[in-house]
Design a binder for this molecule. Structure first.
Ligand SMILES: N[C@@H](CCC(=O)N[C@@H](CS)C(=O)NCC(=O)O)C(=O)O
Length: 399
């Protein structure tokens, strides 16, 4: 009885600590792809936070039950609210601040939303390839991070090996194989060159300050491609402007001394610079066929499985419906079809459908000029909604 009382007092105290926290707590790690998006947003928006490891006991006992899935980033706000998912963390603050990172212009708004998807879904292959296929340069550095994600307790080494093997396997299921390696490198180098040229003009995607798309794109370009030894060196040598952007995105100020006569806003007149369209043209080469293939695959799966409304549309890695196959430059790729890609695309579609006809026309012309004309027409047969920290299948339209 007494111990039950002590336990409940302890639980209440813990809860109070959660509630009365002086700052936001970001459960994240430096080597985690998706952590980079939320961290950079908090830094740029001047939102105070401390970064915590999921290795803390408190994460398991208090945060995870609310987060529902053990993914990072997960934020515990100063009020004790738990938010799992980088985009949801950003949305939480965007709504409260009047959407400072969402450009108002039609073209800029949609392009920003697209770069958010491209960052979280469109660069997984180069991110995984350049982390896991260069062990001579990367292994010790990567292992340091995986090891220190675990508490110093018995079984730490084994757990580290297990986690690393799991992510090596993830590279395979995202489509990184001996057959696709050459293509992945060629596409990435082309992308890097185009993005580097863009940053010759401006410090951010849409001008003089970061938009939602900058934060999304940062994920793979920071944790993996801009930090792991082999790809970081590649980026420094081949694309110093991109490397500077990665650095800049992790600083609170504008950090653009190399741009003389810098402005402080998104570009005027809803301008999307030609240099950024050139980046989208490169991205489209695999993003477009993969989005089509993944939608077809998931739609077939939905037709067969008919998940109840509210069923989670997200799980641990490899719990996705399966892999979709598509071809790029004559090379076949099989990659996990993740509903999250389509969940994020829904946001771009919502922005588009809220536009008047003239603005829709301007966005369509822009997307067509980049080989992305069909993108906003690719749909799943079921919408995805977020509730209780999970993406969930909505009601079937025929139900
Ligand atoms: N949709 C989530 C994805 C987060 C995510 O998958 N994070 C990775 C680390 S970069 C993770 O925690 N993986 C652990 C797992 O899948 O079990 C987001 O954007 O925050």
């Amino acid at each position: 009885m007494l111990s039950a009382t002590v336990e409940s007092v302890e639980a209440a105290l813990n809860k109070m600590t959660l509630v009365s926290s002086q700052t936001n707590q970001l459960y994240a790690m430096p080597h985690s792809l998706y952590s980079g998006r939320a961290r950079a947003y908090l830094i740029k928006q001047g939102i105070s936070f401390e970064e915590c490891s999921t290795g803390h006991e408190r994460y398991k006992t208090e945060v995870l039950p609310e987060a529902k899935l053990p993914t990072i980033p997960t934020l515990v706000t100063m009020n004790g609210e738990v938010i799992r998912d980088g985009a949801a963390i950003i949305e939480h603050f965007e709504v409260r601040a009047g959407r400072p990172c969402q450009p108002k212009g039609a073209r800029q708004g949609v392009v920003s939303a697209l770069f958010d998807v491209i960052g979280s879904q469109g660069l997984l292959r180069p991110a995984m390839h350049y982390r896991w296929n260069f062990p001579e340069e990367n292994a010790a550095f990567v292992r340091y991070h995986f090891l220190h994600s675990q508490r110093d307790a018995p079984g730490r080494e084994e757990k580290t090996d297990y986690m690393m093997d799991r992510m090596r396997h993830a590279a395979l299921i995202f489509g990184v194989t001996d057959n696709t390696r050459e293509l992945i490198e060629a596409l990435y180098l082309e992308f890097l060159e185009a993005l580097n040229s863009h940053f010759e003009q401006y410090p951010y995607l849409l001008g003089w300050r970061p938009c939602i798309g900058d934060f999304g794109l940062l994920g793979p370009l920071h944790a993996h491609l801009g930090r792991d030894p082999y790809p970081a060196n590649l980026m420094q040598r081949r694309a110093p402007r991109v490397w500077r952007w990665v650095e800049r995105m992790n600083r609170p100020d504008q950090d653009a001394p190399e741009y003389f006569n810098a402005g402080d806003d998104f570009l005027a007149d809803d301008t999307v610079p030609e240099t950024l369209l050139a980046v989208l043209r490169v991205v489209a080469k695999d993003f477009m066929p993969e989005t089509h293939a993944s939608a077809d695959f998931i739609n077939q799966w939905l037709a067969k499985q008919r998940p109840e409304a509210g069923t989670p549309a997200v799980g641990r890695l490899a719990e996705a419906p399966g892999s979709a196959t598509f071809s790029v430059d004559g090379q076949q790729i099989s990659a996990l079809a993740q509903p999250y890609r389509h969940f994020q695309l829904q946001r771009a579609k919502h922005l588009f459908s809220a536009l008047n006809q003239r603005d829709q026309g301007a966005v369509t012309t822009l997307l067509e000029s980049c080989g992305l004309g069909a993108l906003l027409g690719v749909s799943l047969s079921r919408d995805i909604e977020r509730a209780g920290n999970l993406e969930r299948w909505s009601r079937h339209t025929g139900d």
